[in-house]
Design a protein around this ligand. Structure first.
Ligand code: SAM
Length: 221
């Protein structure tokens, strides 16, 4: 296992380990995908264009979404050998956890190929940098940012553990309905929090209702 330190921009805030199966293969824990679909509504044809071995796509299919899954590398799931950045097929939605060293390119390409929503699981630090402000946020502000109250821990396949992570992540959701409407644009982005208790082995009970009223004990560490 080696340290992950790509030379390309943007670099992760913390070093990540690279698996032996190819660059940036970090399957998303089920609970993190489930949290997205519990709070965001998706309908129509949806692509998971960096599907890895299907950890995220399987959850999306289970909740009833019409998913097309692909990846550049062969990981025994979906179509393989598909470089998302070279694809031209239009979908209603794109949902993925992209390779972080080309997350910016993934986002801009995803926006150009979608009619409804783009949802990317990204480091919260994606919000930073004058370059992204110029290249992305000025023209394409996200509609919602769903910050994980409990940290998502990513490990190479087979090494998932229940420990806390050191990096903050969020679901960033771009909704074309907001981007295409001058009035709606003025009220975005909205920052929301995925409640405590979603993560397996969490000490907090899962609050199933959106906007559920939290008690003081829910907020204590
Ligand atoms: C962080 S992993 C996420 C896997 C999966 N989306 C999940 O959440 O479980 C990123 C994936 O992007 C794939 N990938 C890297 N570059 C790609 C590209 N240009 N086009 C499509 N997939 C790519 C990698 O092979 C890897 O499986």
């Amino acid at each position: 296992m080696t340290n992950y330190s790509p030379n390309s921009y943007p670099q992760p805030t913390t070093k990540r380990r690279v698996d032996s199966g190819g660059p940036d293969f970090y399957p998303t824990p089920r609970w993190a995908t489930q949290a997205l679909v519990d709070y965001e509504f998706f309908e129509g044809l949806t692509s998971e264009p960096a599907c890895g071995d299907g950890e995220m796509a399987i959850v999306l299919i289970e909740v009833g979404l019409n998913i097309t899954a692909s990846d550049l590398y062969a990981r025994n799931y979906g179509r393989t050998g598909v470089d998302f950045l070279k694809t031209t097929i239009v979908f209603d939605n794109i949902i993925t956890n992209p390779p972080y060293n080309i997350a910016e390119e993934f986002l801009l390409h995803a926006l150009s190929l979608t009619k409804k929503k783009v949802a990317l699981l990204l480091r919260l630090a994606f919000l930073e940098s004058s370059r992204r402000q110029r290249n992305i946020f000025q023209e394409f502000p996200p509609s919602r940012i769903w910050v994980f109250s409990e940290r998502v821990t990513f490990y190479p396949k087979g090494e998932e553990r229940a420990s806390g992570g050191t990096t903050a992540y969020a679901w960033f959701v771009w909704d074309h309905a907001d981007l295409d409407n001058e009035l709606a644009r003025q009220n975005i982005p909205q920052v929301k929090w995925i409640p405590l208790g979603r993560k397996p082995n969490s000490r907090k009970a899962f609050k199933s209702t959106i906007g559920a009223k939290l008690t003081l004990s829910d907020l204590l560490p």
